[in-house]
Design a protein around this ligand. Structure first.
Ligand code: HEM
Ligand SMILES: [Cu+2]
Length: 551
């Protein structure tokens, strides 16, 4: 039987915490769907906005971050060898800091001291302990993140003239993105929100705090997305029996994601007064640049699929479609996620476009959009990873029967997400707002319409939510099963961490791609260019506001 090494225990601690929050978060999702469809009323101690806060934090912030860290630790161990004792200790230190911070924030939300939604926008004012918890979570994630970068640096030292394994390179890119992005949220939390919630200052500069939030909030979505792409680039080719189309192209795409995802937060503030259009325009242009690495990624994936299919004897222009392993949950999950990502990407371009943003801003459209990006493309890729990662970390096996249940779980998720997000997109176009509990606005004709449509119907929310809920409970069950009950693996049939080789073995990516000093500098220049003037302007001119507690 394969022994479970110390590094994998660390990885497993992260993954298990992720699924605990997945469990809590998706129960909240069901409740929200039922409330919005007018099917249930929540008891007085559990208001809609507290549930929504828990949902957003548990799924978007906690499930994702913990899962990503677990995946990264397992992957850097797999591709760059055993962690040194120091790196491992730092990893655990970060883990405990994150967990203590998380628990502080969770206690505050559940005791009704922090119903401020996962964006914690001022002037909604939570208990200081909520913000301190968040800060601890972020700092803990830096400690662990830096430990991974240290592992990479140690590897480089031991292998001076070799190319870094692709997984390690991508981990570094993603962690750098996270650390740079978190500087914004750390600044608003430490310098604005904590002093204000302790009553040391009586007013807060809202425009500045939102700007700092979105400086973080947009790259946050790439922090979720890049690990899914890592699975697509590094492992999926192996799972389908193909090779990585081009190692250099994959690295180039990641560097571009780092550069183009940070200085673009203004596209979440297109409707915000107090920021001049020219600055919004700069950030919108930088946002749209992200289309380039996205298309590179799509191109690589299909090139890999095609060559894998042809190796298996596929004929004709599109015959390779029939040769893909749809029955293998490790493939089906990310593959369906990729399909969701096509309309998701188009929706993203719509959201970024100034005039179109005016139509969809703050409507359910936006919620539909991020459920097919994070909730489908990213999360389904994470499911695909979990099916082999969990047994890999615990020394068990994904048996044929478990794989079949997994396929069923993925299909349920896809169906639920399709129903719920389609309804959300269309309802949004009809003007249904996001972040509101059930309301008929005094039976206003427009609100009544939200219940009459064939495609746009508020009742599809609970139907979709119900499928999603069943799927998520099955996923939690399978997680527990794979971690504790599935048959133990022997050294012959142990689960593998799939890592593919490149199509062209001689390919040596240009050394400059591995030179992080260059990319961090370019990134800093772009940030200064996009933010210095507007932020100085905000500090000087934006008015302050007292805090509000609306719940
Ligand atoms: C069982 C699965 C899920 C269901 C049924 C569900 C349902 C919902 C519903 C009904 C809303 C509220 C819309 C509103 O009032 O504005 C919502 C909001 C949200 N969901 Fe989900 N969702 C699910 C999974 C996910 C996942 C996996 C993620 C991310 C990883 C996610 C992230 C969010 C976020 C960030 C919000 C917005 C919170 C806010 O506006 O403060 N959801 N979800
Ligand atoms: Cu964004």
């Amino acid at each position: 039987m394969p022994t479970i090494n110390k590094d994998n225990k660390l990885a497993f601690a992260f993954v298990a915490t992720a699924f605990a929050f997945f469990f809590i978060g998706t129960i909240c999702g069901l409740l929200q769907g039922l409330v919005r469809g007018g099917l249930i009323e929540l008891p007085y101690w559990l208001n809609y906005y507290k549930v929504l806060t828990t949902h957003g934090i548990s799924l978007a912030l906690l499930f994702t971050t913990y899962f990503i860290y677990g995946f990264f630790y397992a992957g850097i161990r797999r591709t760059m060898g055993e962690l040194s004792a120091k790196v491992r200790t730092a990893g655990w230190t970060g883990f405990w800091m994150m967990l203590i911070g998380t628990l502080m924030a969770v206690v505050m939300v559940s005791s009704d001291q922090a119903t401020v939604l996962y964006t914690f926008y001022a002037p909604l004012k939570a208990s200081p302990f909520f913000y301190i918890g968040l800060a601890l979570f972020v700092v803990g994630s830096w400690v662990s993140g830096i430990s991974m970068i240290a592992h990479y640096a140690q590897w480089k030292k031991r292998h001076p003239n070799q190319t870094t394994p692709l997984f390690g390179f991508m981990t570094v890119a993603t962690i750098l993105l996270w650390i740079i992005a978190c500087l914004g949220v750390a600044a608003t939390v430490l310098l604005q929100l904590i002093p204000w919630s302790f009553g040391l200052t009586d007013k807060i500069n809202i425009l500045l705090s939102r700007t700092l939030f979105w400086y973080f909030g947009h790259p946050l979505v790439y922090f979720w997305l890049l690990p899914a792409y890592m699975y697509w680039y590094v492992s999926v080719p192996k799972v389908v029996g193909g090779k990585i189309f081009s190692d250099s192209l994959a690295r180039l795409a990641f560097v571009m994601f780092l550069l183009f995802s940070i200085p673009v937060g203004f596209h979440h503030q297109l409707m915000e007064p107090g920021i001049h259009e020219s600055w919004k325009l700069i950030q919108v242009v930088l946002t749209l640049m992200v289309v380039i690495p996205s298309l590179l990624t799509a191109f690589s994936m299909f090139a890999t699929f095609e060559s894998a299919g042809r190796n298996k004897g596929a004929k004709g222009l599109l015959g390779w479609w029939t040769k893909l392993p749809y029955g293998d949950v490790r493939f089906l999950a990310p593959f369906l996620g990729m399909l969701f990502f096509v309309p998701a990407g188009i929706g993203g371009i719509i959201n970024t476009s100034y005039q179109l943003n005016e139509v969809v801003h703050n409507t359910l459209w936006v919620v539909g959009h991020f459920h097919i990006t994070v909730g489908a493309a990213v999360v389904m890729s994470f499911f695909g990873i979990a099916y082999w990662l969990v047994p890999y970390l615990t020394g068990r096996r994904l048996t044929k029967a478990l794989n079949r249940l997994g396929v069923f779980q993925i299909v349920l998720w896809a169906v639920g997400m399709f129903i719920m997000s389609t309804a959300m997109h269309v309802l949004g176009l009809y003007g249904a707002p996001r972040r509101t509990a059930f309301s008929m606005y005094n039976d206003h004709a427009v609100a009544l319409d939200w219940f009459r449509g064939i495609v746009a119907n508020q009742l599809y929310l609970p139907i979709g939510a119900f499928f999603l809920f069943l799927s998520s409970m099955l996923m939690v069950y399978l997680f527990v099963y794979l971690a504790c009950l599935a048959p133990k693996a022997t050294s012959q049939n142990a689960e593998e961490f799939p890592v593919s080789e490149a199509e062209n073995k001689e390919e040596r990516p240009p050394a400059v791609l591995d030179n992080w000093k260059v990319w961090i500098s370019v990134c800093a220049v772009l940030i200064l260019l996009a933010y210095t003037v507007p932020v100085l302007d905000m500090i000087q001119h934006a008015p302050g506001s007292p805090g509000y507690r609306t719940w």
